[in-house]
Design a protein around this ligand. Structure first.
Ligand code: 6R9
Length: 692
C-alpha cells in the first residue's frame, strides 16, 4: 500500500499512476486528491492508518468488531445463539447468513425512540422542500415520533399485522417517511414503488423544442415513476393487502394524478384475482389546488393559485378509500460520519434503495437532519439543487452520476450563482462515475473544498461496500477506492480463479458476509442462491466487473455483461463511454457489443450530444479516433449513432440489453416495464446508421 502525504487540498500529480497506460480510466494524468484538511479535522476516521487498522480488525475478527458497533443500538432481546455464522458455498448445504441469532430489534425504535431518549427530540428530523420553491416545512424527531405512532395505530386498526405487505406509491413528502416508519414499527413489510407516471405529458412537451432539454433531463433522472401496470405487478408480487398514496403531485409544472394510477392498478390486480383491501390517500395538494372528488368525501376547493398552472384533478372515491388525515384524527399516539449539526441531503427518490437507506433510515438512525425534496432539479431552473443547498445549509450532498452529467450540460453558471459554502462532502452512487463528471463535481460544485466520495453498493448489500472515507482516503477520480469495514473483495476470472495482477479486470465478488447483506429474496430463496452464489462457489457475486490498480485502488467498471470481447481484448464499455464523453460535443454515451465477422465482437456506441451540436459523419469519425487514441487501436468503435435519449431504468441505469437489440436491428426488445421512457426505443431504431 502506498503511503500518502495528507493535508494538502490541491491534487498531486503522481507519476506512478501513469505507468499502466492500458488503464484507460486513469486518464487524467493520475490525479490524486488527498483528504481536505477541514474535513479531516472533524472526521470520525481521520487517517488512512486508522482506516487500515479498523478494517483489519473488521475482517479478521468480525464478531468483536460488530459486537462493539451493535452496542450503540437498541435491542429488544439479546442473541440466543451464535453471534455470526454463514455458508456461502451451496455445495456444502443451503446458503445462509446469520448475525446475532435470536436477537430482536426494531429499526423504527432505533431511528426515533433512541434518538429522543438521547435528547434529540426537538431537533429537526426533516426539512421538506416542495416542488414549488415557496412550499416547505419541517418536522422534529418528537413530532415525527408522534405521527409514526399514530399511523402505526391506523394500520393496526385496519387489521394489518406483522408480516403483512403494504404498497407505498407516494411523492417525496413527509407522510412517506411516516408511512415507512409506521410499517417498520409494527412489522409490516413495505414495498415502495416509484410514484408518478405521465409519459403523455412528457411527449407533449417534447413537441416544444425549448422544453426538450428539460424533458430529456427529467427522463434521465427518472422523474416519471412506474405506470399502473408496473405498480399492479409489484402489488401482486408481494400480495399487498393495502396501498398508501396521495391525491396527486406536482413535478416541475406537471400535475400527476397518483390516485387515478392507483385505482387503475387495483382494477388490474382484481382482474388477476388479488383484492387490495384498503387504500389510504394523503391530501397532499394544497387546499388551493383544484380537486374534485366524485362521490366525494368533501374537503375540496376550487381556487387555483395564480403561480401554478390551473389544472383539475379528478379523483374517484370508493368504500376502499380513506383520507389519511381523517384516519389520523381518530388515533392517539400512546405516548407522545453524521455530526450533530449535519444537514444531510440525498436526492434519491425513496422508491430507489438509495432513498430507503440514505433519505430515511440512515440519517434518522444517526440522529441527523435530512431533506425531503418533492420536485425536480430543473424547476424552476437548473440551479434548484444549489438553491436548496444554500437555503438549508446542506453539508452532505448525495446524488447519481447521471444527475451530475445532466446538470453539467446546463453549464457552470447555474451552480456558481449560488454560494454552496455549507457543503463538505459530495457523494455519488448508482453507476461508475466518469472522471470528467467527477472533476466537475469536485471543481465546480465543491469549489475544490469538498470531498467527493464515490460509493459503490447495491440493494443487496444494504449499504456502502466499496467507498473512500472522506477524512482518510486519497481519492482518484473514477475509483470507488477501498473496501468498507467487514468487506473482503476479490476479483475472479471466468474459471473462478483469483486475479492478483494489477489492471486486469474480473468479476467483483465478496468472500464473507457483513451485517447489512441481504438474507434471502422474499418468497424465493432458490433465486437468492442461484443469482448470487451459484456462479462462484463460496463467494457472493455482485455481477459487476472491476479491476485493481497497482496501488490497490478498486475501479468498478460496470455490470459484467457490459464487457465486450474485441479480438480477444476484454474491454469494459464504461471505459469507452468515458473516452467518448471527454469529447466536447458529447454529454452522455452508452456502448454495447455488436457481432463482428472477424473480431468476434465490436463496439457500437450511442451518443447523446450537448445543446448546440449536431450529429455528422465527421463527428462520428472524430469520436472513433478519440476512443482509439484514449484506449488503443483495438478499442476503436465500428459504429457510432446519435441517441437523443437512452433507455434507462428509473434509478438511472442504462438498459444495455435493449441497446444491444437496437444495435443489431432486432425489434424483439423484451420486457421494458422498468424503463423510465419507452418512447426512446423507436427513436433509436430510426437513427440506426445505414451500415449497421
Ligand atoms: C445503490 C444502487 C446496484 C448496481 C451495482 C453497480 C451500480 C452502484 C456504483 C455502481 C459503479 C458505483 N453501482 N454504485 N457502479 N460505481 N459507485 O445503485 O443499488 O439500484 O441495486 O444498483 O449499481 O452496477 O451492481 P442498485
Amino acid at each position: 500500500m502506498v503511503q500518502f502525504d495528507l493535508g494538502t487540498t490541491e491534487p498531486t500529480r503522481a507519476v506512478y499512476c501513469r505507468r499502466n497506460m492500458a488503464d484507460a480510466q486513469d486518464n487524467h494524468g493520475g490525479l490524486l486528491f488527498p483528504p481536505i484538511e477541514r474535513i479531516q479535522k472533524e472526521a470520525h476516521i481521520s487517517s488512512f492508518k486508522q482506516y487500515e487498522d479498523m478494517y483489519k480488525q473488521s475482517i479478521e475478527d468480525p464478531e468483536s468488531f460488530w459486537k462493539e458497533i451493535a452496542k450503540q443500538f437498541y435491542w429488544k432481546s439479546e442473541p440466543t445463539g451464535k453471534f455470526f455464522d454463514y455458508n456461502f458455498d451451496s455445495r456444502k448445504g443451503p446458503i445462509f447468513i446469520k448475525w446475532m441469532e435470536g436477537a430482536t430489534t426494531n429499526i423504527c425504535y432505533n431511528a426515533l425512540d433512541r434518538n429522543i431518549d438521547r435528547g434529540l427530540g426537538s431537533k429537526i428530523a426533516f426539512h421538506w422542500e416542495g416542488n414549488n420553491p415557496e412550499d416547505g416545512g419541517h418536522i422534529t424527531f418528537n413530532k415525527l415520533y408522534e405521527q409514526v405512532c399514530k399511523f402505526s395505530n391506523v394500520l393496526k386498526s385496519m387489521g394489518l399485522k406483522k408480516g403483512d405487505r403494504v404498497a407505498i406509491y407516494m411523492p417525496m413528502i413527509i407522510e412517506l417517511v411516516v408511512a415507512l416508519l409506521a410499517c417498520a414499527r409494527i412489522g409490516v413489510i413495505h414495498s415502495i414503488v416509484f410514484a408518478g407516471y405521465s409519459i403523455e405529458s412528457l411527449e407533449q412537451r417534447l413537441v416544444d423544442s425549448q422544453a426538450k432539454i428539460l424533458v430529456a433531463a427529467e427522463l434521465i433522472l427518472n422523474f416519471a415513476g412506474f405506470s399502473s401496470e408496473s405498480l399492479a405487478e409489484r402489488i401482486l408480487d408481494a400480495s399487498c393487502r393495502a396501498i398508501i398514496t396521495s391525491d396527486g403531485v406536482w413535478r416541475g409544472n406537471k400535475l400527476l394524478n397518483l390516485k387515478h394510477i392507483v385505482d387503475e392498478a387495483i382494477i388490474i390486480c382484481e382482474k388477476r384475482g388479488h383484492k387490495v383491501e384498503r387504500c389510504i390517500v394523503v391530501r397532499h395538494l394544497s387546499p388551493s389546488d383544484e380537486i374534485i372528488t366524485e362521490d366525494g368525501d368533501g374537503d375540496c376547493t376550487t381556487e387555483s393559485p395564480a403561480k401554478r398552472p390551473s389544472r383539475q384533478l379528478k379523483i374517484q372515491w370508493s368504500d376502499r378509500d380513506s383520507w389519511w388525515h381523517k384516519l389520523m384524527e381518530l388515533q392517539d399516539a400512546y405516548v407522545f460520519d453524521y455530526q450533530p449539526d449535519d444537514i444531510y441531503w440525498c436526492t434519491a427518490d425513496v422508491g430507489w434503495i438509495t432513498g430507503h437507506t440514505y433519505v430515511c433510515y440512515g440519517p434518522l438512525n444517526n440522529g441527523a437532519t435530512g431533506i425531503i425534496f418533492e420536485g425536480v432539479p430543473f424547476y424552476p431552473d437548473a440551479g434548484r439543487f444549489w438553491q436548496i443547498v444554500d437555503k438549508y445549509k446542506v453539508t452532505k450532498f448525495y446524488t447519481a452520476p447521471t444527475a451530475i452529467r445532466a446538470l453539467m450540460k446546463f453549464g457552470d453558471d447555474f451552480v456558481t450563482r449560488h454560494k454552496r459554502t455549507s457543503l463538505k462532502i459530495l457523494g455519488t452512487v448508482g453507476e461508475p462515475i466518469n472522471p470528467e463528471a467527477w472533476l466537475w463535481y469536485y471543481n465546480v460544485v465543491g469549489n475544490k473544498r469538498c470531498a467527493v466520495v464515490d460509493t459503490f453498493w447495491q440493494t443487496e448489500t444494504g449499504g456502502h461496500v466499496i467507498t473512500p472515507l472522506p477524512g482518510a482516503t486519497v481519492t482518484k477520480p473514477g475509483s470507488a477506492t477501498f473496501p468498507f469495514f467487514g468487506i473482503v473483495p476479490a476479483l475472479l476470472d471466468e474459471e473462478g480463479k483469483e486475479i492478483t495482477e494489477a489492471g486486469k479486470e474480473g468479476y467483483l465478488v465478496f468472500k464473507q458476509p457483513w451485517p447489512g447483506i441481504m438474507r434471502t429474496v422474499f418468497g424465493n430463496h432458490e433465486r437468492f442462491e442461484t443469482t448470487y452464489f451459484k456462479k462462484f462457489h463460496g463467494y457472493y457475486c455482485t455481477g459487476d466487473g472491476a479491476k485493481k490498480d497497482a496501488d490497490g485502488y478498486i475501479w468498478v467498471t460496470g455490470r459484467i455483461d457490459d464487457m465486450v470481447n474485441v479480438s480477444g481484448h476484454l474491454l469494459s464499455t464504461a471505459e469507452i463511454e468515458s473516452a467518448l464523453v471527454e469529447h466536447a460535443a458529447v454529454s452522455e454515451a452508452a456502448v454495447v457489443s455488436h457481432p463482428h465477422k472477424i473480431k468476434g465482437e465490436c463496439t457500437y456506441c450511442f451518443v447523446t450530444l450537448k445543446e448546440g451540436f449536431s450529429f455528422s459523419k465527421d463527428l462520428s469519425v472524430e469520436l472513433k479516433n478519440k476512443v482509439r487514441e484514449k484506449i488503443g487501436p483495438f478499442a476503436q468503435p465500428d459504429f457510432v449513432q446519435e441517441a437523443p435519449g437512452l433507455p434507462k431504468t428509473r434509478s438511472g441505469k442504462i438498459m444495455r440489453r435493449i441497446l444491444r437489440k437496437i444495435a443489431v436491428g432486432d425489434k424483439e426488445v423484451g420486457d421494458i416495464s422498468t424503463l423510465a421512457d419507452e418512447t426512446v426505443i423507436d427513436k433509436l431504431f430510426q437513427l440506426r446508421p445505414a451500415d449497421a
